[in-house]
Design a protein around this ligand. Structure first.
Ligand code: GTP
Ligand code: MG
Length: 296
């Protein structure tokens, strides 16, 4: 069988997680319109007769402002080492800048085939795409260049077929009916964070981490209680909202998605707690599941 590991890397907000979900046809990774959504590596598994592709979503590579961000960048770069193919995604609607220049320099040092994926081409004219193809082909030697739309799925089937040409015969690394290796508790925490990313603004979604306090099945209902960790008491106030309106809104939206994930009725309780500057505290980062790559 053909199998292999494909790392999805790029700047924040370019559509890596959207592409992961499109490729495996399931909601595995959370998505938002705010840069810095993905904080961990997340595997999505594509299975069909004699084929298993393990796609690895990574945090967007960016200028780090906290220890959390430094760890996110390290995680992303670390996936370049073990993979068979790299998908380097760029947002075709955004101008080339310093951030991408740094990634290109890093990619110039690796040996694996690199596919440049010009994403969000649904928002561009054919002429604009043609122009970008020309410019990008001069920046680095890419094994392949694909204009795609992770959102509509445009060109993603061709992308998968072409990827197979770069893989050798191998074994199935996961069960052939698995779509991810992410744990249920990780996915629950991520879905709560996704709603916070959706409903809150500016620094708040970035200052939040989720702790799962309880996950218990009783009869037809699953009881989940979780704590939203924030950095400052002012953030706690905003997250709870006047009369508890905001936390209720987040809880209702998260409950729906978690019920879809688990296929069961859910009773969800959310709490908010302040842990000052957790994003720069190695102990707290560790407890919240954001390990330093060197710890592993
Ligand atoms: N128009 C358009 N929008 C897209 C496409 N792909 C992703 N988006 C949007 O771009 C935004 C970012 O998408 P994500 O998939 O979260 O991006 P990401 O690269 O995983 O971002 P980080 O996790 O922050 O690194 C979301 O609002 C998506 O809906 C696309 O092909 N076309
Ligand atoms: Mg992402």
């Amino acid at each position: 069988m053909k199998s292999g590991f494909i790392a999805l890397v790029g700047r924040p907000n370019v559509g890596k997680s959207t592409l992961l979900n499109t490729l495996v046809n399931a909601k595995i990774a959370i998505v938002s319109d705010k840069a810095g959504t993905t904080r961990n590596t997340i595997r999505g598994i594509y299975n069909r007769q004699d084929v298993q592709l393990v796609f690895i979503d990574t945090p967007g590579i960016h200028k780090p402002s906290h220890e959390l961000n430094t760890r996110m960048n390290k995680l992303a770069y670390s996936e370049l080492m073990g993979c068979d193919v790299v998908y380097y995604l760029v947002d075709a609607t955004q101008a080339f800048g310093k951030g991408d220049q740094l990634i290109v320099e890093r990619l110039s040092k690796i040996e694996q085939p690199i596919f440049l994926l010009l994403n969000k081409t649904d928002a561009l004219s054919k002429e604009a795409i043609g122009e970008l193809l020309m410019q990008w082909s001069q920046r680095l030697h890419f094994a392949e260049i694909f204009p795609i739309s992770a959102l509509t799925g445009y060109n993603t089937s061709d992308l998968v077929e072409t990827t197979l040409n770069y893989l050798s015969d191998g074994v199935a690394y996961y069960d052939t009916d698995a779509k991810t290796d992410a744990s249920t508790s990780f996915q629950i925490k991520e879905l709560i964070r996704e709603k916070i990313l959706y409903y809150t603004q500016q620094e708040i979604p970035h200052s939040v981490a989720i702790v799962l306090d309880e996950y218990k099945k009783s009869g037809n209902t699953i009881n989940v209680s979780a704590t939203i960790v924030v950095e400052r008491s002012s953030q706690k106030g905003i997250l709870i909202g006047a009369g508890g309106k905001m936390i209720k809104r987040i809880g209702t939206a998260a409950r729906k998605d978690i019920e879809t994930l688990l296929g069961d009725h859910l009773f969800l309780q959310l709490y908010v707690r302040v842990e000052k500057n957790w994003r720069d505290n190695p102990n707290k980062l560790y407890q919240l599941g954001y390990l330093d790559i060197d710890d592993e």
